[in-house]
Design a protein around this ligand. Structure first.
Ligand SMILES: Nc1ncnc2c1ncn2[C@@H]1O[C@H](COP(=O)(O)OP(=O)(O)O)[C@@H](O)[C@H]1O
Ligand SMILES: [Mg+2]
Length: 279
């Protein structure tokens, strides 16, 4: 069948239904398919299948010990047996359609496509400048002082820190306030030009004001990056995420649009968890 503009309509439809897209603006970035994961004999993930969409914030929620961090670390192969001895993963995880655990996949190249923001702000014990310049320097992305200056300034601007630190770029990053340190860690992560930013309870050590500032930043960053955030704070998940995945005892209980999960959860466990009845 041909459309008025001459495009082949049938082909177009087949293409659309084949593409596992959430929608055209937010195609699948990461596809987790039937993943089981073990630490030695302890199984930490059970048959998890989940899609992460590009340039959206996905929140992983669920009680402590349900496998959220484990899955996050599997996404950038930080749970490989050479890093955490005795681990084993089955199933597939693909990034932009490519199996990241394929025998010929390069874990180092893969990890460069991810940024990581930890629970506690963990700037290097160096200057603010050196923290941000670190990634671009070790990856050979910058040549000379001028280019480095530029990337440092751009990244500090992007996390809303430039005006606060531009006169003390030589100050140790660890001298900043907790909230500033966490934004510095985000600047350090994005300076290496990742595609996906993984955040494991990034606001858990911050006061309410610094938390609000970080949430605003996460919302701004999603225009450029695919973001996954683990949080124990349901209000935070509701504020920052477009998609939510709910875990319980290593299994994915439910996933969907944030609005759907918070307003109209299908699963009893989700209802109990989002309303604070347990967790
Ligand atoms: N390095 C490890 N070795 C053995 N067991 C682990 C390790 N890390 C986590 N676990 C176990 O795996 C399960 C899931 O942990 P985790 O992914 O950290 O949960 P969450 O982030 O949801 O709190 C827990 O039972 C935890 O004790
Ligand atoms: Mg965790």
């Amino acid at each position: 069948m041909q459309t008025a503009t001459g495009h082949d309509l049938v082909d177009f439809q087949v293409h659309l239904s084949d593409a596992p897209s959430h929608n055209i603006d937010h195609p699948v970035k990461i596809d987790v398919d039937n993943v089981d994961f073990w630490y030695g004999r302890k199984q930490a993930l059970k048959d998890v299948s989940l899609q992460i969409f590009e340039r959206e914030v996905t929140a992983f929620i669920g009680p402590s010990g349900c496998g959220k961090t484990t899955l996050l670390r599997c996404l950038n192969r930080s749970n490989d047996p050479d890093i955490v001895p005795g681990t084993r993963l089955t199933g597939t995880i693909s990034l932009d359609g490519e199996d990241i655990y394929a025998p010929d996949a390069d874990p180092t190249a893969l990890r460069r496509r991810f940024g990581w923001v930890a629970q506690k702000p963990n700037p290097f014990p160096w200057s603010v400048y050196a923290n941000v310049a670190y990634g671009p320097r070790i990856h050979g992305m910058v040549y000379g002082r001028e280019q480095t200056d530029e990337i440092v300034e751009t990244c500090l601007h992007r996390v809303g820190l430039w005006d606060e630190v531009k006169d003390r770029l030589k100050t140790p990053g660890t001298d900043l306030s907790g909230g500033q340190q966490q934004r510095l860690c985000v600047a350090r992560a994005i300076a290496a030009d990742p595609e996906v930013i993984l955040m494991d309870e990034p606001a858990s050590a911050l006061d309410p004001l610094a938390t609000a500032r970080l949430e605003q930043l996460i919302d701004e960053l999603r225009t450029h990056y695919t973001i996954i955030i683990i949080t124990h704070n349901m209000q935070q998940a509701a504020r920052v995420s477009q998609r939510v995945a709910v875990f319980h005892l290593g299994s994915l209980v439910e996933e969907g649009d944030a609005e759907h999960i918070f307003v109209n959860p299908q699963h009893e466990l989700t209802q109990a968890y989002v309303t604070g009845r347990f967790g």
